[in-house]
Design a protein around this ligand. Structure first.
Ligand SMILES: N[C@@H](CCC(=O)N[C@@H](CS)C(=O)NCC(=O)O)C(=O)O
Length: 224
């Protein structure tokens, strides 16, 4: 059983998507970041960076006491290792997936986050920051678009497949799971502020977004 410390945000959705796709049993524990739950000592003991998501595995493979992890990328990798799903056993495929996962973690997520912040939440307008993050966001979307042009199923594929032998979707899954929720969240903001050329990104939409819909509602889950 995995405890998932969660809020219905792009980073939260990354982990629920993986857990659902892999069929891993989990208990979502809602952290209301709009009310400051992330600064409570009980949560900080699990996620010292005061951010969701974080997971606690009560039955880690080494048989030792429960294992606590924060950072969404690391949680995805841990769950892939634990389940043997959604990350290829083939060297080349695995590293292409990891490359795009890290691209999401270090670029797509944080830069789109900054773009969102300076366009929607900054207490004062900072034209330099707005322009900087719009340009970077545009560049990242174009990069995603080019990737999708080369491999249209990449972000849409959500087929769970074992690490060994690698199967359909296994090279794509972790990268898609980390990218799609951020893509979905930031789409609206971008169409307002930046004319983004991203026709190929449409193929992200159908399955992943349908999968996320029921995952947003976790109002019945306990709070931290
Ligand atoms: N690098 C982190 C980022 C996580 C993150 O930014 N979480 C946001 C919600 S999407 C959060 O918890 N924010 C609360 C805060 O910063 O106080 C990860 O990928 O896990």
């Amino acid at each position: 059983m995995i405890d998932l410390y969660y809020a219905p945000t792009p980073n939260g959705h990354k982990i629920t998507l993986f857990l659902e796709e892999a069929g891993i049993e989990y208990r979502p524990i809602r952290v209301d970041i709009s009310k400051g739950d992330q600064f409570r000592p009980a949560f900080l003991a699990i996620s010292p960076n005061n951010k969701i998501p974080a997971i606690v595995d009560h039955h880690p493979a080494d048989g030792d006491p429960p294992l606590t992890l924060f950072e969404s990328g690391e949680s995805l990798l841990y769950l892939a290792e634990k389940s043997g799903l959604l990350l290829s056993g083939k060297l080349r495929e695995r590293h292409i997936t990891l490359q795009w996962l890290l691209w999401q973690m270090s670029g797509f997520g944080p830069m789109l986050g900054q773009n969102h912040h300076f366009n929607h939440f900054a207490p004062q307008s900072v034209p330099y920051a707005i322009e900087r993050y719009q340009i970077e966001t545009q560049r990242l979307y174009n990069e995603l678009n080019t990737r999708l042009e080369k491999s249209p199923g990449w972000a849409a594929s959500t087929t769970a497949s074992p690490i060994s032998p690698p199967g359909r979707g296994s090279t794509r899954m972790n990268a898609s799971i980390s990218t799609s929720p951020v893509f979905r969240r930031c789409r609206t903001g971008l169409s307002i502020f930046v004319p983004v050329r991203r026709p190929n990104a449409r193929c992200i939409k159908p399955r992943i977004i349908n999968r996320m819909r029921p995952l947003g509602a976790s109002s019945r889950s306990p709070r931290v």
